[in-house]
Design a protein around this ligand. Structure first.
Ligand code: NAD
Length: 479
């Protein structure tokens, strides 16, 4: 049974309710997450509030030094952390290893706080008058994270938040609580003082506790679209600043001049990597008619080569989805797609695996999908790829823009002219050209559009700095 981390101590949650955490590849219970209460949230917020008083006064280069220590510890534990991600999330070791790398990069970015937090000034804004802008932390930040990136997403939040002088209460996904605990343990080992980083396990009660708490001025959220919208609206109604990163339905457009070998490789990885459970996963391929038949045939063959099973075996290339309930839901969505007329050209539902009681779905491909079908409209979050056929790039862009989501998109082509049309006209925030998953690195904002994001300032990059700091303007004249 897991405990919360409050004010530098592991403490039992004030609840009798626990949620079982199975290893998705085997179905075996590996932990029990306490469904903490609003009282637990208050304890953590009070600890963070008290710590904020001294933490905000710690010189910024000294705060950055803690992050350098932390980065070293994380690098030293790269394999261990990846193994833990595989165990609780199910993704393959390679995917987990890449995720740890992404998390470490966030810590590296945050360690630049002394430069990133600098203000601005103009010595002669009027005769004898100067103006300066100074940055300050906002206070106690609440962070709420999803199951699909147990390391990377928390690392989008707390390293930058604490480097800029805030204190933090992390509420990780109740489905993947273990890696979050390890992150907190290592932060303590790196010397980060008690109360600066706290962890409260649980589900909606903890989220509501943070949203309603008067001593929490800022909320960072990443998760599904309906919850992101709820968190944004509720947080705003309590006068908080909120960044809420949401679900997606990412379209990859393939033109006739694309390098087909590389394109197949890219789409296979984009659609089936992490079992399709990425907010930047390729969910829809928009293929121009001339190459669509060949593309579908070759994608099927490429999917046949994936080796499904328990990701703790490093030769495995396709892991399970997160829960049996999710697998059942996805199978229902696939049934519905068939009844709506989509052509299931590769059915992953019956692909055998050696892995026992895990929640496995083989790579699945639907051809002749249209925007009228639910399989095109909804996020499926599993290794299920839809193919839509179009006449040309303009039609492909129009189709992509019909989606209510606008997280990521990729164009596979060799034409600079096509890239320009795509970049100018597509209504999506994170674009790739011949890149399988165009997720920006920590130095840039994670820039989803439309229903993939609620708020103004995105996670990471300069947006992250602006989100975790408030500004003071000083205009002065000396006589
Ligand atoms: P989720 O929305 O179920 O859960 C996310 C967090 O919200 C969890 O901590 C959970 O405890 C909490 N939560 C869930 N239901 C709640 C409710 N009713 N009230 C209050 N809190 C609630 O998401 P998930 O299934 O863990 O993660 C997958 C989703 O996250 C996908 O939709 C994916 O696209 C999205 N995601 C988006 C990004 C992005 O950058 N846009 C990144 C990663 C994941």
């Amino acid at each position: 049974m897991l405990t919360n981390y409050i004010n530098g101590e592991w403490v039992k949650a004030k609840t009798s309710e626990y949620e079982s955490v199975p290893n998705p590849a085997t179905g075996e219970e590996i932990a029990r997450t306490p469904l903490s209460t609003k009282e637990d949230v208050d304890d953590a917020v009070q600890a963070a509030k008290a710590a904020f008083k001294s933490w905000k006064k710690v010189p910024v280069p000294k705060r950055a030094r803690y992050l350098f220590n932390y980065q070293q510890l994380l690098i030293g534990k790269h394999d261990e952390l990846a193994e833990l991600i595989t165990k609780e999330n199910g993704k393959t070791f390679d995917d987990a290893y890449g995720e740890v790398q992404r998390g470490i990069e966030c810590v590296e970015f945050a360690a630049g706080a002394p430069t990133l937090m600098m203000g601005e000034s103009l010595p002669e804004i009027a005769t004898g008058i100067e103006s300066g802008m100074y940055r300050y932390p906002v206070g106690v930040v609440g962070g709420i994270t999803p199951f699909n990136f147990p390391m990377m997403v928390p690392c989008w939040m707390f390293p930058l938040a604490i480097a800029t002088g805030n204190t933090f209460v992390l509420k990780p996904s109740e489905r993947t609580p273990l890696l979050a605990e390890r992150l907190v343990e290592l932060a303590t080992e790196a010397g980060i003082p008690k109360g600066v980083l706290n962890l409260v396990h649980g589900a909606h009660d903890v989220v509501n506790g943070l949203l309603e708490h008067e001593d929490v001025p800022a909320i960072s959220f990443v998760g599904s679209q309906p919850v992101a919208e709820y968190v944004y609206k509720t947080g705003a109604s309590y006068g908080k600043r909120v960044q809420a990163l949401a679900g997606a339905k990412n379209h990859s457009i393939v033109l006739a001049d694309a390098d087909l070998d590389k394109t197949i490789e890219g789409i296979t990885s984009g659609a089936f990597g992490s079992a399709g459970q990425r907010c930047m996963a390729t969910a829809v391929v928009v293929a121009v008619e001339e190459i669509a038949d060949e593309l579908v045939e070759r994608l099927k063959k490429s999917a046949d080569e994936l080796l499904m099973g328990d990701g703790s075996d490093r030769s495995i290339t396709l892991g399970p989805v997160i829960r049996q309930s999710h697998l059942d839901k996805v199978k229902g969505q696939m049934e519905e797609a068939i009844s709506e007329g989509a052509k299931l050209v590769r059915d992953g539902r019956d692909v055998p695996t050696e892995a026992g009681n895990g929640y496995f779905l083989g790579a699945s491909i639907f051809d002749h999908v249209t925007p009228e079908m639910k399989i095109w409209q909804e996020e499926i979050f599993a290794p299920v790829l839809s193919i839509v056929r179009v006449k040309d790039l303009t039609e492909a862009i129009e189709l992509t823009n019909k989606s209510k989501f606008g997280n990521g998109s990729v164009l596979y082509t060799n034409s600079g002219k096509a890239v320009r049309e795509y970049r100018e006209d597509i209504e999506v925030g994170m674009l790739g050209v011949n890149v399988n998953v165009p997720a920006p690195m920590a130095f840039f904002p994670f820039s989803g559009w439309k229903d993939s994001f609620y708020g103004d300032l995105h996670a990471n990059g300069k947006d992250g700095i602006n989100f975790y700091t408030k500004r003071k303007m000083l205009t002065q004249r000396w006589h």
